[in-house]
Design a protein around this ligand. Structure first.
Ligand code: FAD
Length: 478
């Protein structure tokens, strides 16, 4: 089903005008006909914390299981890297975050924040005031969200989920391990998976790589440019991280060669403004003498190959008896990227889509999940959901969109968001946010060096600020 069409909304069984209660009193205010479920949320990143808030607002009893000692997920920067720099060794020690030290957001803060908790600079004027701030500012924002909505009292820190499996009556047994190596089995009515998808590296396939003597690593383990001082580096990829990291490294490296699918086979070109950086098509082969040959025939003797080639969806803890599979980056079959058909609404995923604005999307998915669990909303029948998924897959196939792009929402994320909002009876995404996102995306492509510090959309910033007043005047806890 396309999101351009107006789909049949879930039946809004009971519309609650106010489910905004202080955390401690919410249970007593829950109307009798709605169900309060015991829900485990796996992960306390941007998705998990907003899922926890929405679930509790709806009256559910929520436990967030988080393996780290703080909330924030990806946004918890660490200088530590994994023991296997390319991330292939299954026995390696896993570091969750993929952030590099210099990272600034690639979305303006007005666009990036949750819809009712704007990501604005603090009144005190402290912190990173920039419109595209560094990663520390994002983590502070998420922590303030956690504080203001009482999320911390729902989180069990340093608790890693090891297994989630079905037991009788559609309940879930969740096995977790605490910091003290204590193993706990618990039964929940529902599980919401919010474990993120930027931790398990995807690697480019390079013929001859096994005999190549240089160092390989994945951007997951890139932190700072210093180790690349005077090196010859080949960076593979064209994503947001690749665009940032190649510039970071070019400041210190002898030469940087960026290989990407977007460069035509016969060509190569110098990167504007850099004497030591070139763009090439993909690598054809690597050799035992340390050389690497590109599809354009150019040969480079390189020290390092840095794979900025993205990540895989990975749910090592999830046992659904085959009802959910991950095949070539397609998690499915899922109704609207959230609910596995036969396990809905008792199992759900928040935050799978990419090429999106994640925080508001996660917020709307979470509202939808919370409403379906309480019985305030209702999903279509399993047959109808299956038809919808089949139609979606057929459309991708007919448009020759590769399977690995199943959750890529470039071009239709806001239609999806608005569809979710309609299901929930919530306001859709603001017009200024859509326009600002589109304007920034274009500028990011046209002027990657300067888009974070020069802009022309002041009229949209004003609209955003006017909109934010109702949320920021008191930052009321709900
Ligand atoms: P995560 O933030 O990854 O959180 C998942 C949480 O689950 C973690 O806390 C983890 O510890 C926990 N967890 C995982 N497994 C288990 C387990 N078994 N048991 C218990 N806990 C577990 N988004 C933007 O909006 N703007 C940007 O500028 C931007 N830049 C980015 C740059 C990079 C390099 C990357 C990698 C991502 C960027 N993103 C950006 C996207 C970013 O991923 C989202 O903003 C957001 O962090 C996703 O939140 P999440 O909760 O889905 O996942």
């Amino acid at each position: 089903m396309s999101y351009e069409q107006k789909p049949k909304p879930s039946r809004l069984l009971i519309k609650l005008s106010s489910m905004v209660n202080p955390p401690s009193t919410i249970q007593s205010n829950l109307p009798a006909m709605l169900h309060s479920r015991n829900v485990a949320v796996i992960g306390g990143g941007a998705a998990g914390i907003v899922a926890a808030r929405e679930l509790r607002r709806e009256g559910h009893k929520v436990v967030v299981l988080e393996k780290d000692n703080q909330i924030g997920g990806t946004w918890v920067y660490t200088p530590r890297v994994e023991t296997d720099p390319i991330g292939l060794d299954p026995g390696r020690q896993i570091i969750h975050s993929s952030l590099y030290s210099s990272l600034r957001t690639n979305l303006p803060r007005e666009v990036m924040g949750y819809t009712d908790y704007p990501f604005v600079p603090r009144n005190s004027g402290s912190g990173d005031l920039r419109r595209f701030p560094g990663h520390t500012e994002v983590l502070t924002y998420l922590k303030e969200f956690g504080r203001d909505f009482g999320i911390h009292e729902m989180v069990r820190y340093e608790t890693e989920v090891l297994n989630v499996g079905l037991v009788g009556n559609n309940k879930w047994k969740v096995k977790s391990k605490t910091r003290h190596e204590c193993y706990i089995d618990e039964i929940y009515d529902a599980v919401v998976v919010c474990n993120g998808h930027y931790t398990e590296p995807r690697i480019a396939d390079i013929p001859g790589i096994n005999s190549w003597p240089g160092k390989q690593m994945h951007s997951h383990n890139y932190r700072v440019p210093e180790p690349f001082q005077d090196k010859v580096v080949i960076l593979i990829g064209g994503s947001a991280s690749a665009v940032d990291i190649c510039r970071d490294i070019a400041r210190v490296a002898k030469e940087v060669y960026v290989a990407s699918r977007s460069v035509a086979d016969e060509t190569y070109e110098k990167h504007p403004g850099y004497d030591n950086m070139w763009h090439h098509p993909m690598i054809e082969s690597a050799y035992g003498d340390g050389t690497v040959v590109f599809h354009n025939g150019n040969v480079v003797l390189a020290d390092v190959i840095l794979h900025c080639t993205g990540y895989k969806y990975h749910f090592p803890f999830l046992d659904t008896n085959g009802n959910v599979t991950v095949d070539d980056s397609c998690v499915g079959p899922l109704y609207k990227h959230v609910f596995p058909l036969v396990l809905s609404p008792w199992l759900s995923f928040v935050g799978l889509p990419w090429k999106v604005v994640p925080f508001p999307l996660c917020e709307l998915q979470s509202k939808w999940i919370a409403g379906n669990l309480s019985g305030r909303l209702a999903l279509p029948s399993q047959e109808e959901m299956m038809e919808d998924v089949k139609a979606f897959y057929s459309k991708l196939e007919a448009s020759r969109i590769p399977k690995r792009y199943t959750h890529n929402m470039a071009g239709y994320q806001f239609d999806y968001d608005d569809w979710l909002a309609e299901q929930c009876g919530s306001p859709g995404i603001e017009e200024w946010r859509k326009q600002m996102y589109n304007a920034v995306s274009k500028k990011r492509r046209d002027r990657p060096e300067t888009y974070r510090d020069e802009w022309e959309d002041n009229d949209l910033i004003l609209q955003a600020e006017e909109d934010f007043i109702k949320h920021t005047s008191s930052r009321v806890v709900t």
